[in-house]
Design a protein around this ligand. Structure first.
Ligand code: SF4
Ligand code: SF4
Length: 72
């Protein structure tokens, strides 16, 4: 099954930090006060950040699984 993760678009992000507060995994942060960045390892693709983003700057995208370590 494809994993999904959040993919903030830098050109649309206004660095408000709302997504950071919403994420239950601490998977997203605002890089140097400029734009949101997601940690692929922590993001579970729940979509809460995208729903909360006032700039509608976060897409959910499918991520290819690299191999299978038995954890998915
Ligand atoms: S999709 Fe969910 S887990 Fe991933 S960054 Fe957004 S709020 Fe966090
Ligand atoms: S909520 Fe949206 S606009 Fe605000 S920092 Fe996150 S991605 Fe950027």
């Amino acid at each position: 099954m494809a994993k999904r993760r959040a993919n903030p678009r830098r050109r649309d992000c206004v660095a408000c930090g709302v997504c950071v507060l919403q994420c239950p995994n601490g998977a997203i942060h605002v890089h140097r006060g400029c734009y949101a960045v997601v940690d692929e390892q922590l993001c579970m693709g729940c979509g809460l950040c995208g729903q909360a983003c006032p700039a509608d700057a976060i897409d959910l995208m499918d991520v290819k699984q690299e191999g299978n370590n038995g954890n998915n």
